[in-house]
Design a protein around this ligand. Structure first.
Ligand code: NAD
Length: 440
C-alpha cells in the first residue's frame, strides 16, 4: 500500500522504516530538512537500537523515500499517518496541537483522491472528531478523507521491536472502510496474532493517555513508598520485590528512584488532566497532579541527598552525573530527570561533569553550562561524588575498584537503585539511594 508518514521524529522515522520493511511503499515527510536529508542517506537522526538496519534495508528495497513536501505526500498516499509532536503548551498543562493542525491544513487541500488520514500522535480525547470537521472543510470537491486514530505505544530504546511486534494495535474510527484499510496496513502483525482492537475514536485516544497515566502512577506509587521507607528505615527494593510477586500487581514499573521523564509521560498526564477539566471531570483524574508532584519531588530529594553528602553545601564540589538521557538506550534528553538534577547541582555551585554513552551531544546542546562527555573515566576523574541517574547497562558493568582509583572521594548516589551496592561497598564506596537504609 502507498503510505505517507508525516513527522519523522522518534515515532515517525521508526514507523516509516518499519512500514516499508513489511512491504509498503512509504514516503516519509518532515519540515526539518536536515532530518530528511539524514534519513534519505540512511543515517538515523537519533540513536535507536536497530533503526539503522531497518532503515538501510528499507531504502535499499526502494520502498522508502523522504521529502519535505506535503504536496508530494498528498499525491502519494492512500493512507497518511500523522506522527508530529504534541508537546505541552507554554504556560498551560494542555497539549499543543498546532503541529497536527498544520499537517492537516497543509495536506488536505492537495489531496487528489479519497484516502485515509490516521493520527498516531498522542492527543486529547475529542481530537479525531474535531479534525474530521476540519478535514471535511478543507478537502477538494469530490474528495473524501476518512479519519482514524491509531495511537502508538512504542518505547524508545525498543521502538523497532515495538513497531514490528506491538503488544496490541488500537484503531478508533467511525468508518468501516477506514478500519478495513488499517487491517490491511497491519496485516502481517494481525496474522502473527497481535491483538487488533477496533473501537470508536474517543476510546482509542483515551487508551493511550490512560496507559501512560497508569504507568506514571505505578512509578510514583513506588516512589511514594520510597519516601515512607526513608522515614521508617525500611527498604523499598525488598518491598517492591515482595509486592511484585503478587501477580495482580507485577514487578515491572516498580523500580524506585529518580522517577519518569521524557517527551511523553510528563506532558501526557498533564494534558489528560487539562482535558478532563474541560470535560468537567477534573476531579476524576485529580490524582494525576499528585503523581506528577511525587515524580518531581524525587528530583529534589536526589539533589538534597547529594547536598547532604557534600556536607550541606555543593558550592565548588566536583560532582559527576552518570546518565543524561531520560532512559537508557536512547539519546533523548527531553525532560530528563538526570539532566534536571545535573542542572540544579550546577546552579548550586557544584562543578558538574555529565557522562552519557549516547546522549552527551544532546545534553550539551540543551545545557551548554554543563560539561558533557561520552568518556566515562574522563567524566569521573577527580569526582568527590558520583550520581548514577540513568540506568544504562554500561554503568552496571563498571568495576567499582577501578573507578575508586580515578575519583577523589568514593561516594555514590544510586538514583536508579540499579547498581550492585554490596559490590561497590566492598570496593570502599559509600553508597546511598532513595528508599534504602544504610547498612550499619
Ligand atoms: P519528535 O519531536 O521526535 O518528532 C516530531 C517530528 O514532527 C519532528 O521531526 C518535527 O520536525 C516534525 N514536524 C513538526 N511539524 C511538522 C509538519 N507541519 N509537517 C511535517 N513534520 C512536522 O516527537 P516524537 O517523540 O516522535 O513524538 C511524536 C508524537 O508521538 C507525540 O504526540 C508523542 O506523544 C507520540 N508518541 C511518542 C512516543 C515516543 O516514544 N517518542 C511514543 C508514543 C507516542
Amino acid at each position: 500500500m502507498r503510505l505517507t508518514v508525516i513527522g519523522t521524529g522518534y515515532l515517525g522515522a521508526v514507523h516509516a522504516a518499519c512500514m516499508a520493511d513489511i512491504g509498503h511503499d512509504v514516503l516519509g515527510v518532515d519540515v526539518d530538512v536536515e532530518k530528511i536529508t539524514a534519513l534519505a542517506e540512511g543515517r538515523p537522526p537519533f540513536y535507536e537500537p536497530g533503526l539503522d538496519d531497518v532503515l538501510t534495508r528499507a531504502l535499499a528495497s526502494g520502498r522508502l523515500r523522504f521529502t519535505t513536501s506535503l504536496r508530494e505526500a498528498a499525491a502519494h498516499g492512500e493512507v497518511h499517518f500523522i506522527c508530529v509532536g504534541t508537546p505541552q503548551q507554554a504556560g498551560s498543562q494542555a497539549a499543543d496541537l498546532r503541529y497536527v493542525d498544520a499537517v492537516v491544513d497543509g495536506l488536505v487541500p492537495h489531496l487528489p483522491a479519497s484516502c485515509l488520514v490516521v493520527g498516531k500522535s498522542t492527543v486529547p480525547v475529542g481530537t479525531t472528531a474535531r479534525l474530521t470537521t476540519r478535514i471535511a472543510g478543507l478537502a477538494p470537491a469530490g474528495v473524501r478523507a476518512e479519519v482514524a486514530w491509531n495511537p502508538e505505544f512504542l518505547r524508545e530504546g525498543f521502538a523497532v521491536e515495538d513497531t514490528l511486534r506491538p503488544d496490541r494495535l488500537v484503531v478508533g474510527t467511525e468508518s468501516p472502510e477506514a478500519d478495513a484499510m488499517l487491517r490491511r496496513v497491519y496485516a502481517p502483525m494481525v496474522v502473527a496474532g497481535v491483538p487488533y482492537i477496533s473501537t470508536d475514536p474517543n476510546t482509542a485516544e483515551l487508551v493511550k493517555v490512560a496507559a501512560n497515566s497508569f504507568l506514571a502512577t505505578k512509578i510514583s506509587f513506588i516512589n511514594a513508598m520510597a519516601e515512607v521507607c526513608d522515614a521508617a528505615g525500611a527498604d523499598v527494593v525488598t518491598l517492591a520485590d515482595a509486592l511484585g510477586h503478587d501477580t495482580r500487581i507485577g514487578r515491572r514499573f516498580l523500580n524506585a528512584g529518580l522517577g519518569f521523564g521524557g517527551g511523553c509521560l510528563p506532558k501526557d498526564i498533564r494534558a489528560f488532566t487539562a482535558r478532563a477539566q474541560e470535560l468537567g471531570v477534573g476531579a476524576a483524574v485529580a490524582f494525576l497532579d499528585q503523581v506528577d508532584e511525587i515524580n518531581q519531588r524525587q528530583r529534589a530529594r536526589t539533589v538534597a541527598l547529594a547536598r547532604r553528602l557534600a556536607g550541606g553545601d555543593l558550592a565548588g564540589r566536583r560532582v559527576t552525573v552518570l546518565g543524561a538521557t531520560f532512559k537508557p538506550n536512547s539519546d533523548d534528553v527531553r525532560d530528563s530527570p538526570a539532566l534536571a538534577v545535573a542542572a540544579t547541582l550546577h546552579r548550586e555551585g557544584a562543578d558538574v561533569r555529565v557522562h552519557d554513552p549516547e546522549g552527551s551531544a544532546n545534553a550539551q546542546l540543551a545545557h551548554p553550562e554543563l560539561r558533557c562527555s561520552a568518556d566515562l573515566l574522563t567524566a569521573c576523574q577527580g569526582a568527590e561524588l558520583i550520581l548514577h541517574l540513568t540506568e544504562w547497562d554500561q554503568y552496571r558493568e563498571v568495576d567499582p575498584v577501578k573507578l575508586a582509583r580515578v575519583v577523589r572521594e568514593p561516594v555514590l548516589v544510586d538514583g536508579r537503585n540499579a547498581l550492585p551496592h554490596e559490590e561497590w561497598r566492598a570496593a570502599g564506596w559509600t553508597v546511598k539511594a532513595l528508599g534504602r537504609p544504610t547498612p550499619t
